[in-house]
Each structure stands twice: as structure tokens, then as C-alpha cells.
Write a protein that binds this ligand. Sequence first.
Ligand SMILES: *Cc1c(COP(=O)(O)O)cnc(C)c1O
Length: 385
Amino acid sequence: MLETKWPYRLLAPGPVPVPPLVLKAMGEKVLHHRTPEFEKILRETWAGLQFVFGTKQTVQILAGTGTSAMEAAVVNLLSPGDQALVVVAGKFGERWAEICTRYGIKVHRLDVPWGQPVKLEEFETFLKSHRAVKAVFSQVCETSTATVHPVQKMAQIVARDSSALFAVDAITAVGCMPLPMDEWNLDCVVAGSQKAFMIPTGLSFIALSEKAWRAQAQSRLPKFYLDLAAEKAANAKGDTHFSSPTPLVIGLHLVLEQMRKNGLNSVIERCQALASATREAGGALGLKTYSEAPSSSVTALVTPEGVNSAHVRDWLEKERNITIMGGQDHLKGKILRVGHMGYITNEDMKALIQALAEVLGKAESVQTALSVLTNRLQSVESLFP
Ligand SMILES: *Cc1c(COP(=O)(O)O)cnc(C)c1O
């Protein structure tokens, strides 16, 4: 870390800052994963995940980052030669397509311009012209463009017009926006620890619907570590198939306990408030919101003509010890991405806005931007003190 008088502020769309209480609990001891003490924690953690996912199905914990759960979705739902429809609206949509292609799945890409949500009529027409697809893959929030797709309606279209499974990468959605899996008829939901679950990187979560479990039993793509049926059998006995990263699970357990106590809405509202505060305060500094369907988990702000966002990002990092993200591919140098998940304090946000005003040469607007921010965040508490 930098030698600096500025405290470190992590405002990326994952990994996110971890509440101090949770960090402390994770550092207390390394429990063995096959002990009664850990089994109790595991069982409560699984129940907490079911609560956040809005499902009666088991939610599995994988010891791998979000991408491993995406790969698990593909290898557990499909067989060699199957066809899939993949929504590609940014970097993470590309990832679904790439995983499928590697496993020999025939991919039909529905390319959506970056920054735009899926258009439902186009989605419906595309699905109807590819009736043989076994599964539809999409993001809920495409993190690279900070855009949310209309997933509830997409799920209705999939159920009505096809027999396909609907699998969503909800890594920047579960726990920071409403996404009740069972109620919305989602067949596979994937999430990750370093996003709304506010613990470090390393775990991912996956849940399958009954229909998806039937497909799992038929699927013939190769899998060993990511065989969800084997994991499910172990989970049914209160165990995990392989070693469990117990400190991460202990942290997760604590976060889920707090989410249950405060209610999921309080976490979602905090993310929404941080997102609208960022859009409005950013606007006051001359930064436009990039996405046509902005997310509550991450915001992309467009830097003005002639201002390279990569320079802004580097300046924040070097001069203020604040980490945010820039844009990727053709958005490189054009946008700044600010995350709203995790243990983000109002002080963090103030520091960010002040620093942005400084680097953008907008001293005259900083008071307006800060009062917009304060108004938005005033009554919305963060999950942890
Ligand atoms: C963070 C993220 C991922 C997961 O990436 P990992 O680095 O494997 O954890 C996948 N999809 C989306 C939309 C994400 O935001």
C-alpha cells in the first residue's frame, strides 16, 4: 500500500471493502472444515444464501471466483454439441460465449450495443428463430458497462416461447437488487463473494431450479471439481465435497446474519442510494452517466471530451489512494466505473467526489456535488456500523 496520509478507499465494482467486524472474524482462527463447529456455520450460511437468492433450492458454495460458477453452470447444464443463446452486451457476456465455445457448445450470440439493455422484442424474435437452444445465458448486470438487463421479463419470454433453461450471471446483482430466483423463474443463478456479499474474492455461489437439476442429471460435458451433483450429495450430509476455505465462509456467515437481521431491502436501498448519489454528484461535476439502464451495483461515468479516464483513475490511485475502475476495450480512456457494493461509507463517497472535482478542475462545482451526495445518503444506513 502507498505511504500516504490518505486512507485507502476501495470503490471498485469488486473486490469491495469488507466491514471491519467481518475482517476481524475471518482472522480469528482457521477452523478445520470437517468439525461440528464448522458444520453448524455451513448450514446457517446455506440458509442465509437461500434467503438472499430467494430460493428453496440449495445454494452451493464453490471455492473459486465467480467465473468458476459460470463454468459450473455451462458444464452442468449442457452436453457436447448443444446449442445456446448468449446475450453479449459487454465483457462478461463475452465470457459466457467463450466458456460455451471452449466446451464445444454452438453459440448463437445476441449482440447488444454496449451500454444498452436487452430489447425485449429483439430477444423474443431471436429466441423464436433459435428454437433448438438448450439454454439462454445472460448477465443481470453487465458490470463492464454498468447496465441492467430486464431479466424478469426475459425469464417470462424464455418460459413462454421455448423449453430452454435460463441461466444468469448475477454476480453484481444478487444482494444488491431485487432478484427472487424462484418467483422470477430463473433456472440458474450465479453470484460471487467479492461483490454484494462484501467479503474478499475467492468464493462463488450457484443455485439450480428443479428443471435445471433434471438437465444436470442428463448433462454430458466433462466435470470433476465442478460436478454440482457430487457437491449436492455432500451438502445433504452437512458436508462439502472438497476442503472448504473456512475463513471466507466464517466472514460470509456474519454478513448473511446481518443481512437477515436488517432485511435484504436495507442493503438494496443502500446500493440504490449510493448509485443515484454517484450519478447526481457526478453530473454536477460534468460527468454523464454512460448506461441507458443504470445499475444500483456499479455506475459508469463518461469523462468529458479531451479527458482520458485512465489518467483520472491513475491520479486518484496515486494522489488520493482511491481505487475505482476505468473502461475496457473501446471504452478504455472514456469511462470511470464506481462500485456501490460492500462496506462503503459516506466518507468514502465524499472523498471520491472531492478528489474527482480536483482532478477535473471543477472546484466551483464541488459544493453542489457534495450537497447532492449528502442529501442522497443521509437516511440510508450501511449494513454494518
Ligand atoms: C466480477 C464479475 C464476474 C466474476 O469474475 P471473477 O473475477 O471470476 O470473480 C463475472 N461476471 C460479472 C458480471 C462480474 O461483475
